[in-house]
Design a protein around this ligand. Sequence first.
Ligand code: KG4
Ligand code: ZN
Length: 350
Amino acid sequence: MSITILGIESSCDDTSAAVVRDGLLLSNRIANQDVHRTFGGVVPELASRAHQQNIIPVVDLAMKEAGVLPTEINAVAFTQGPGLMGSLLVGASFAKGFSLARKIPIIAVNHLQGHVLALFIQRPSSVFPPSAALTQPGSQSNQPAFPFLCLLVSGGHSQILIVRNYLEMEIIGQTIDDAAGEAFDKCGKVIGLPYPAGPVIDRLAKEGDPLAFTFSRPRISDLNYSFSGLKTSFLYFLRDQLRDDPDFIRKNLNSLCASLQYTIVEILLNKLRQASKLTGIKEIGLAGGVSANSALKAAVLAEAEKRRWNVFIPALAYTMDNAAMIATTGYYKYLKGEFAGQDVVPLARM
Ligand code: KG4
Ligand code: ZN
């Protein structure tokens, strides 16, 4: 008998639904919320209202695209957290209602575990690309082998994990303050870029000089990250420059982006290199929204050449928040019988 999972993601500002059957992704629909752009960041109250409007049409579209009827769904997986409480509540309430109506189990998924398992999203072989994970040329498989190291970098998290199995992972390093995506977004806001600034910086940096300006780097022990010092250093640098030339940002926008991006990538790569040395693991995965960054991908692939790493990066659609990763995680939890009850609650922190 085949196993069909409906996945729901609503942790932040994207409402997404996906259908996975026997580990293969049949559909993945995302409704983005443009409403936050003008505010320079996600407004939680507006996010939860938009989720409420979007959730039913998005689920409907995902099921239609998959060619699956509600009666064919074996379990509903939803993002339990971490995330914005109001946003999470919409996904959790939908999952509970759907589970009650269809008399099927609920599966609670950790959003971060979902990002990691984006590396295992598989499309049916008839659909191109056949797999979500891209590797450097010459690699034998399109999925990382266990155990592997995962650099999980998003708007809310920056972590290095040892992934021992689909559902077994250990955090060996993480940020003590801001996340890498936050560093992109907050510094971008300072130079007048729209939210989220990460992809815009990525684009503008292509025309800039990454070595034009230097910003302070954290001196922090272990495998942990810190990005708040970089943000302050960026801010003070601009304040000083703007005193001499009020047009400094406009004149140097591309190189400011390139130098900022270069610094963030260096910080991320440094600890990843250390983690690989310490653990002896050369199987490396990237995950989370920031793993879409072209300079990060290029730097990790260049490092892979030098150090004989096998690198795995999800296809762009699965680096950002999406329900495909939640449905895929739900599938592996289903196989292990890890179900939640109707009393399950969303958790802003996990
Ligand atoms: O994983 P994600 O979609 O949501 C969270 O769980 O946080 O990540 C969103 C983050 C944002 O901070 C965004 O600026 C960043 O990922 N991001 C990028 C790029 N694309 C998205 N950062 C740098 N370069 C990119 N190309
Ligand atoms: Zn995320």
